[in-house]
Design a protein around this ligand. Structure first.
Ligand SMILES: *Cc1c(COP(=O)(O)O)cnc(C)c1O
Length: 371
């Protein structure tokens, strides 16, 4: 079984895309024929479909997940000097969205079992400058939104869900992206629902916030050449929205397949005391954007798997507050984050991965532990 060739890649988007090639070509040909590239009918249609998918009144397509977060915060009136609570462990774009508008990301440690923000530690970080909380549903597992909502009500804060990793996940029957005041997600190609390029969307039930976000994404304009305020160029492409509509039809099936494969992995590794999984519970539907295990000998396990043809990734190897981009925060310390960051490892998990491949990966993991 020894080889140096990766034969189970971390991700195989072609498994999703090849069967849809003709549908994509149809979207492309139509956009080309009609010369509809910026916003346009596919964007309007996809916004309606995605709002319905999340169970919100409105969805506003934008250029990326980072922009979706930024425009959500700006729509709430958050600006320079305001503080925004963020998890200390997340993809760094959550933080950049806050910093980019001149606000201050205030990190809170995670719960190592769920890998999400530890809600019991939030209240200590709230000051008279705090304006919002960004719960990130990391790896596809939702934050306990009852706890976030209670804190937000008590301290009069806005909630902006970052559900970039949680399309279709739910908490007590409510979909990710439907609970916060205004919420943001990404359609980066590798997400559960991904475009064939960069894209993102904002969801909300609030008409005024929706209108504000629509203004901000398009040069402060709702009517051509009339600009009620300064905005941005952050529009969703018609062609990407068309591709996303094609893929949205398959999202529930893909998510169900992810869930089944994740459960298969968990059964196979259940008796392995060296491996732990992100802890979920009955209130949550976890859609497994990533299957992240924790293991003390993480680096050795990763190279052992790689030598045997299995590609893994660490999400994420350097905590945001330890990044060069946040030099002034490098001295901070969050014990749960720092413990987890050395143990986490993401295993291959995607629609089209076979149970035989999972058998092989689990065989290797068990074999590794015997060494
Ligand atoms: C992917 C991601 C983003 C950013 O999305 P982009 O479309 O790449 O800008 C933000 N937050 C989280 C948690 C993400 O995983």
């Amino acid at each position: 079984m020894e080889n140096n060739k990766t034969n189970i890649p971390f991700l195989r988007l072609e498994l999703l895309h090849q069967p849809l090639e003709n549908a994509f070509i149809e979207v492309f040909s139509e956009c080309l024929k009609k010369n509809q590239f910026i916003l346009g009918p596919h964007v309007t249609k996809f916004e309606e479909e995605f709002a319905a998918f999340c169970g919100t009144n409105y969805a506003i397509g934008v250029a990326s997940g980072l922009d979706a977060l930024k425009i959500s915060l700006l729509s709430l009136g958050i600006n320079k000097g305001d503080e925004v609570i963020v998890p200390a462990h997340t993809f760094i774009a959550t933080w950049f969205a806050v910093s980019d508008i001149g606000a201050i990301p205030v990190p809170v440690d995670i719960d190592e079992k769920t890998m999400n923000i530890d809600c019991t530690l939030i209240e200590d970080k709230i000051t008279n400058k705090t304006k919002a909380i960004i719960p990130v549903h990391l790896y596809g597992l939702m934050v306990n939104m009852d706890e976030i909502t209670a804190l937000a009500k008590k301290h009069n804060l806005y909630i902006v869900e970052d559900f970039a990793q949680a399309h279709g996940s739910s908490f007590n029957g409510k979909k990710a992206g439907s609970i916060g005041h205004i919420n943001a997600t990404s359609f980066y190609p590798g997400k559960n629902l991904g475009a064939l390029g960069d894209a993102g969307i904002i969801t909300t039930n609030d008409q005024q916030l929706a209108t504000k976000a629509r203004l901000l994404r398009n040069n402060g304009s709702l009517e051509k050449y009339m600009h009620s305020e300064q905005g941005y160029n952050s529009r969703l492409d018609n062609i990407q929205a068309g591709f996303l509509s094609v893929k949205l039809n398959h999202l529930n099936n893909w998510n169900n397949e992810r869930i089944q494969l994740a459960e298969y992995y968990k059964r196979k590794l259940a008796s392995n005391l060296n491996i732990t999984f992100q802890q979920t519970d009955e209130s949550k539907v976890h859609t497994y954007h990533l299957l992240v295990i924790q293991c003390e000998k993480r680096d050795e396990l990763a190279s052992y798997l790689f030598q045997n043809g299995v590609e893994t990734i660490i999400h994420y190897p350097v905590l945001p507050y330890k990044q060069e981009a946040y030099k002034s925060m490098n001295h901070l310390s969050f014990p749960a984050c720092e413990s987890a960051v050395n143990k986490i490892l993401s295993l291959p998990l995607y629609p089209g991965l076979s149970t035989q491949e999972i058998d092989y990966i689990c065989y290797l993991i068990s074999h590794f532990n015997e060494n």
